[in-house]
Design a protein around this ligand. Sequence first.
Ligand code: ITT
Length: 182
Amino acid sequence: MIEINFVTSNKNKVREFKEILGDKVFLNHIELEYPEMRSDDPSEITKVAAKQLAEKLQKTVICEDSGLFIKSLKGFPGTCSKYIHQRIGLQGILKLMERIKDRSCEYISAVGYCEPGKDPLAFVGSEKGALAKEIRGAHGFGHDPIFIPEGSKKTYGEDADVEKHKKFRRRAVEKLMEFLSR
Ligand code: ITT
């Protein structure tokens, strides 16, 4: 069985990774907050973090940087998603979008991977969608109650099986699995 050390402070991410990986993988959660560099590119952020964590812990690790990129706001909040979510929340984002017609957005997950002494890698998954006009549903976490994935009328917050259906994280984690099973 493959064993993976996942460094994250976010328990929701652990739950979703477990759902995607099923019983093929033992996911060892290392609960740790770590500093992230400033960049617009989630791959760059997660690679730098994975390298630092692998050297610090002397373990092969994965970590993840994810975020909501709103087209009409030129990609905001993007890699600042956590900070903005803590400061202005979902209502704050809806307010910023009040008179804006184009509500298209994208969710991106970049999974960083690094073995001690080696160069880091990143596996990226994304999913297009639209911002809801109001908060809908309480499933999932973070931006799920305002993100309507392409092809659906419901937000992820309205989907009781959101962990099974969320595509951006699944796409990134499946690329990681492909690499690990090579
Ligand atoms: P780490 O310790 O893994 O960094 P974090 O919560 O700080 O955990 P990020 O830096 O990737 O993670 O922050 C992204 C923010 O975007 C996060 O705080 C959530 O509010 C939101 N987010 C991440 N994944 C999400 C998802 O699947 N659905 C909705 N919102 C999500």
